[in-house]
Design a binder for this molecule. Structure first.
Ligand SMILES: [Zn+2]
Length: 274
């Protein structure tokens, strides 16, 4: 199969950046949790600017920048290599639009279990914890992943692409849906409650995913779904906690760190409260 073309990569970039910018502005105009009181700025204008230029946003963008460098160097070549292997056992089997839908649901199922393993295996948690140390949530939290987690995810994905003979286009489309969904469910956008309720039966909404970021370990270790919300209901990992506006966000017993400290954190021994 041919590689993804430059124009397809451009479409992906425009879609993802457009969605990120839209939600970044929307969540500041219609926020669920009011962050302006967290700023010491004396005026509304300064408070608004404070939400845009907050240090945590710089940390999230810094981590994202590292991952943006890794994508063309490691993640994309690995994906191209894995999808080009001449297994072909899916030919004439699960193919066409039905096959594409099957692949998207299958990849979402795999991401559920990968995310769950990131919480249950201490080695993986070292890297995934960096994502959870964000003490506030908004669309930029979706960009905040340690490069080690991105590399480990890429390796895991290669194994399943090879085993399950998943076509490149399915992986490419899933990546776009994954990014759009991740930006959405981390956002601080206040949705009408009826819309949030109905959407949450099908997809992961902010009210579901924010509970996953609740600084209470029993809630952090729940609500693992990424796109479809059914996996937590099927595998018994859905939290009973309802999101509330003053809900503390982060990792219970730990505080957020500077960008260099976050990059080094998985490789260091840490103490409670560190
Ligand atoms: Zn998590």
């Amino acid at each position: 199969m041919a590689d993804i073309t430059d124009s397809e990569l451009l479409i992906r970039a425009v879609l993802v950046f457009g969605w990120l910018l839209l939600l970044f502005l929307a969540e500041r105009c219609w926020p669920y949790a009011d962050r302006s009181k967290e700023q010491t700025a004396p005026s509304v204008g300064k408070a608004f600017r404070g939400q845009i230029f907050a240090p945590r946003i710089g940390r999230n963008l810094g981590l994202w920048f590292c991952n943006t460098l890794l994508s063309p160097l490691v993640v994309l070549p690995l994906t191209y290599w894995a999808t080009a292997l001449p297994w072909g056992w899916r030919e004439g089997g699960v193919s066409g639009s039905g096959g594409l839908l099957f692949d998207l649901v299958l990849l979402d199922f795999l991401i559920y279990w990968w995310h769950r393993l990131n919480h249950e295996l201490p080695f993986l948690w070292r890297f995934h914890e960096v994502h959870h140390l964000d003490n506030t949530l908004d669309s930029t939290s979706a960009l905040r992943f340690h490069f080690g987690e991105v590399l480990l995810s890429a390796l895991m994905r290669v194994v399943f692409i090879i085993l399950l003979d998943i076509p490149l286009f399915s992986v490419f489309l899933f990546e776009i849906l994954l990014l759009l969904a991740t930006i959405f469910h981390h956002s601080n956008l206040r949705l009408p409650s009826f819309l949030e309720r109905y959407l949450s039966w099908i997809i992961v909404t902010p009210s579901i995913h924010w509970v996953h970021h609740h600084a209470l370990r029993s809630d952090t270790d729940s609500n693992y779904s990424t796109i479809l919300s059914l996996w937590d209901r099927i595998f018994g990992s859905r939290s009973d906690t309802a999101r509330f506006t003053g809900m503390p966000i982060g990792v219970e017993g730990f505080s957020d760190k500077s960008l260099p400290a976050l990059l080094l954190r998985p490789f260091r021994e840490k103490e409670k409260g560190g």
